[in-house]
Design a protein around this ligand. Structure first.
Ligand code: NAG
Ligand code: NAG
Ligand code: NAG
Length: 977
């Protein structure tokens, strides 16, 4: 049914129903009308709940309706969780004189709620929670009999009407959290609500301190104030809340110690004060024997973990990571209950791993990374079939790894790296069907890799480097089709590198350095489509370098210190791979000067001179321009024999005269009036063709034109330029600017691009052409630009490193969809810059990755850095360099200096971005921070950046139902995975 016919039908039905109203007698016709009004208002809902709402049925028999005892008046409307959409007609509903309960929770109701709501003055129960309303909650002060009030996660904004609560002293449940309210100090009205059992005020912008008066709310069972801006100490009066079952204070700015008296909360089962600035010891916890979940991670707690924790009979979750705790874990810990989860990583804990945490067979995660634990891995964990993550890296564990650990059937990560562990990877691994990652580097593992490793088919990362593993790599390794990273370096492997690796189609990173591999490098490695890093250095490999490696898009290639011989394949003889071949006295090269020259017979002749002029994906107009301009160029290069001979192929134009006005078009365009941009690499003009097509033409003057003595290098440049342009011409991506055509001569080069009317992101963020770009647009630009770069890095035949990613190289089309522009140009121009001419800048100040400072070996990760800077511009609205950052300080420094607490972080966000989006912007800022890690290896790939950005999609109000992170696990995963 089309929406139109649907609504007509509704209207007709409605009319029909109204006609029938007169015949209904059980309940007053007013009540029926109110309900039918409601049905109409929510008529678009995809629900069956209204099927019974027919005039021929009794109102008291409507689904979701309860009448009072006399059966004559509607007392309750409960339409929660019915997939309702629409806005509620409170004016009509509040006419139901006996209405006491109104429950609309867990729907998709929208619109603003009018003052009419206050007419429902007899309500004892009001639930509007988990919807997508907008605007503020109106005054509800008439509802003095209210017992239950739920408006959590409903999209309401503005100021909550706290003063309405003044006389609502019967209130038992007050649930207002997870709404983007304006920031407010702790509302004192709440302290009068002495009957409150349940107070949910998490994530709704409450600041200031927790008042001492909280101690008056002695009926509280649940008190949740997490994810706010609370400062100061936890007041000692909290100890009066002796009925508390759950206390949630995480993600605030609390300081000081756990108050003396907290011990009185003996009924407390769940306590979460993680991610604050709390200090002191945990001695108050000793008495909280009923605890099931204790989450105090990311604080500044010191001292020992109370031994009493080992006696807690119900404890199932313990998360204390990132504190400064010392001492040991109680040996009995987790042995009583269905213990599930421990994360005490990043403390200074010593002693042994408690052996019985999986006694009841329920444990899923054992995380004790980065402490000083000693002793062996208890054999009991071999049988812990429920474990998904076993992470004990960076400790001082010793002894043999129990063989069953390798075969844990649910394990996803086994991380034992950087200990003093012995033993080998055992054939039990055949049972590890879900195992994705093994981190075992820096131990003393020995023995051979078992063939059965091939049966752990989920493996995508294997890091066994810096051990003493020997023997051959089993050929079955080829069956690991998910494998993307294989680090076996610094072991005692022998034998050949298995050809079967070719079948690991996801491999992107191979490091087998410092072993005793021999034989030839398998040519099959060249067919790994995503291989990005290959390190086979310091082995005994012999024979020639397979030419198949030329087809790889490697950012790291290290074959040094082997016994390789013969010619280095031409395409690998480039600057980026300098040093990749050292220590192989048998190698020779035509191009790399510090190698012996190959004898003529072995020289690679692939470097055939190609045409100087290329054009691609040509619309007819572009062909015309190209031909016309070629002609123009030809005139200018009469005396260049070579160029002339090269152009002869393309020079069979039939009708030159028809084209002559096109020549005017393009040449006319290259004048001051049409100048639309000036960059390090040349000037950009806008060309409006007579047929209405608009193009951007970039004019680059070659610096060494006329330098006869350097003619040879000029030719080299021309070839490289040509090759580069050819690569770029094959790029087809919506987020990369289209290059229609390139034309070069000895004097200058001309690049013809699509024209983008909205200029550059830089202009729109920072100049007089500044627009108030809203967050969703900025987010769209971030994702689009990331996809463009992802394509350049991972989607092309050869990776294209942009080397000058910046907001002025991100252009915007009429819909503000971004295009990466000027790719590779810096590089092209740079090869021509040996005379030190000033227009050559590899990258732009403020965007340049730190590694540029000490190495010319830039790879994709340098682009990732620059992109991180662009993300920071989008979030903060600041330029990469601003005076306010301090002398010589850039945006990356500035952002990092503000990561102290939530307030300072939020202060980074562009003030023009509305409050609702702040959380979303922070997600993007986090990605920006990762992208700008100092060490290239720590930066994500653009592929990962795209994924992360997509996960950070702004919660439109529709998605605002925030799922509470209820035991901190997810947080842990994020930090430690
Ligand atoms: C809720 O309604 C939407 C849109 O009308 C529909 O796509 C969805 O399947 C419905 N969900 C349920 C659980 O009925
Ligand atoms: C109540 O509704 C059900 C189902 O809609 C119907 O079968 C029944 O006859 C109704 N009872 C009354 C008293 O109207
Ligand atoms: C609360 O009750 C007092 C005393 O009856 C009255 O003066 C005040 O206006 C009431 N407050 C609200 C918000 O209704």
């Amino acid at each position: 049914m089309s929406p139109e016919t649907a609504s007509t039908t509704y209207r007709r039905n409605h009319l029909f129903l109204l006609l029938l109203i007169g015949f209904i007698s059980v309940v007053s016709s007013d009540e029926l009308e109110s309900l039918l009004n409601l049905k109409t208002a929510l008529g678009e809902s995809n629900t069956k709940v209204f099927d019974s709402w027919r005039p021929d049925n009794s109102v008291c028999n409507f689904t979701g309706i309860t009448c009072d005892d006399s059966g004559s008046s509607v007392k309750e409307i409960d339409l929660s969780n019915q997939n309702l959409t629409g806005s509620i007609p409170f004016d009509s509903i509040c006419q139901l004189q006996s209405l006491e309960k109104l429950s609309f929770g867990f729907n998709r109701l929208h619109g603003s709620v009018t003052e009419d709501l206050n007419k429902c003055s007899r309500l004892t129960y009001l639930d509007l929670g988990n919807n997508i309303f907008s605007g503020p909650i109106p005054d509800i002060s008439s509802m003095n009999g209210l017992l239950y009030l739920y408006v959590n996660s409903s999209g309401f904004s503005g100021t909550f009407p706290w003063s309405s609560l003044e006389n609502m002293t019967s209130l038992i449940v007050l649930s207002v959290g997870d709404n983007p309210f304006d920031q407010t100090p702790f509302p004192m009205q709440v302290l009068k609500l002495l009957n409150l059992n349940w107070l949910y005020m998490a994530n709704c912008s409450i600041g200031g301190e927790i008042p001492a008066g909280i101690g008056d709310l002695t009926e509280l069972i649940d008190f949740e104030l997490s994810t706010n801006y609370i400062t100061g100490e936890i007041p000692k009066e909290i100890s009066k809340l002796v009925k508390l079952w759950q206390l949630e204070l995480f993600a605030n700015n609390l300081t000081g110690k756990l108050p003396v008296g907290l011990r009185n909360l003996t009924k407390l089962q769940r306590f979460d004060a993680s991610t604050n600035y709390l200090e002191g010891d945990l001695s108050e916890i000793r008495f909280l024997t009923q605890l099931t979940s204790l989450q105090l991670f990311e604080n500044k707690f010191t001292g020992e973990i109370p031994p009493e924790l080992g006696e807690f009979k119900h404890l199932v979750n313990l998360s204390l990571y990132r504190n400064q705790l010392t001492g040991t874990l109680p040996p009995q810990l987790g042995s009583w209950s269905d213990f599930n989860f421990i994360d005490v990583s990043e403390n200074f804990l010593t002693g042994q791993i408690p052996p019985d945490m999986c006694k009841n067979g329920k444990m899923t995660e054992l995380l004790i990374l980065q402490n000083n634990f000693t002793g062996e891995i208890p054999a009991s964990y071999s049988d812990c079939k429920t474990l998904t993550r076993f992470r004990v890296s960076n400790n001082m564990l010793s002894g043999v790894v129990p063989s069953g650990i390798w075969g844990l059937p649910k394990a996803e990560i086994i991380d034992i790296a950087t200990n003093d562990l012995e033993g080998g990877i055992t054939s039990n691994i055949e049972n590890a069907k879900t195992l994705a990652q093994i981190f075992a580097a820096h131990n003393r593992l020995s023995g051979e890799l078992p063939q059965e490793i091939s049966m752990a088919t989920s493996l995508n990362m294997i890091d066994l480097s810096h051990n003493q593993i020997s023997g051959k790599i089993p050929a079955t390794i080829g069956e690991l089709s998910q494998l993307s990273s294989l680090h076996l370096d610094n072991n005692k492997f022998t034998g050949e590198i298995p050809k079967s690796l070719r079948s690991c189609g996801s491999l992107s990173d191979i490091n087998m350095a410092y072993n005793s591999f021999s034989g030839q490098i398998p040519a099959a490695l060249g067919s790994l489509p995503t291989l990005n890093s290959l390190n086979l250095s310091y082995n005994q490999l012999s024979g020639q370098i397979p030419s198949t490696l030329s087809s790889l898009r490697l950012s790291i290639l290290d074959l040094s210190d082997n016994k390789l011989a013969g010619p280095i394949p031409e395409s690998l003889s480039v600057d980026a791979y300098n040093g990749s071949f050292a220590g192989n006295p048998g190698l020779c090269s035509q191009k790399v000067s510090y190698f012996r020259q190959c004898s003529p017979s072995s020289s690679d002749t692939s470097g055939v001179i190609r045409t100087v002029i290329t054009c691609f994906s040509v619309g007819s107009a572009v062909i015309l321009i190209f031909l016309a301009y070629s002609c123009y160029l030809k005139k200018k290069s009469q005396n260049d024999d070579e160029a002339r001979s090269l152009k002869e192929d393309s020079w069979n134009i039939k009708s030159f005269h028809v084209l002559s006005f096109m020549e005017d078009d393009i040449l006319d365009a290259i004048n001051e009036q049409n100048l639309i941009g000036k960059g390090g690499s040349g000037q950009v003009y806008r060309a409006s063709l007579k047929n209405g097509v608009e193009l951007a033409v970039k004019h680059i003057r070659n610096s060494d034109s006329g330098h006869r003595k350097r003619k040879h290098s000029g030719k080299q440049k021309s070839l490289e330029f040509d090759a580069e342009v050819e690569t770029l011409s094959s790029i087809r991506h919506v987020n990369v600017v289209k290059l229609y055509c390139s034309i070069t001569s000895e004097e200058s080069s001309l690049l013809v691009y699509e024209y983008l009317p909205n200029g550059s992101l830089w202009d729109r963020l920072h100049t007089s052409k500044k627009l108030g770009l809203d967050w969703e647009t900025r987010y769209g630009i971030a994702v689009g630009a990331a996809k463009g770069l992802e394509y350049l890095h991972h989607g092309c035949e050869r990776p294209v490193i942009h080397r000058d990613v910046k907001s002025s190289n991100i252009l915007l089309d009429e819909y503000f969809k971004p295009r990466i522009a000027d790719f590779g140009l810096a590089k092209i121009v740079q090869t021509d810059s040996t005379d030190g001419s000033t227009h050559v800048i590899a990258g732009t100040h403020g965007y340049i990755a730190p590694e540029y400072g000490y190495t010319y070996k830039v790879n994709e990760k340098s682009d990732v850095y620059s992109f991180g800077v662009v993300l920071m511009e989008l979030v903060t609205g600041k330029k990469p360099m601003e005076a306010e950052f301090g002398e010589n300080k850039d945006i990356v420094f500035w952002v990092c200096s503000k990561l102290k607490n939530k307030e300072t972080v939020l202060s980074l966000v562009d003030s023009s971005i509305p409050e609702v989006y702040k959380e979303d912007t922070i997600k993007v800022l986090k990605i920006a921070i990762m992208c700008t890690s100092r060490l290239p290896a720590l930066r994500p790939t653009m592929r990962t950046v795209v994924k992360m950005l997509e996960d950070a999609e702004p919660c439109k109000l529709l998605n605002i139902i925030i799922t509470k992170d209820d035991d901190g696990k997810k947080k842990t995963d994020k930090i430690l995975s």
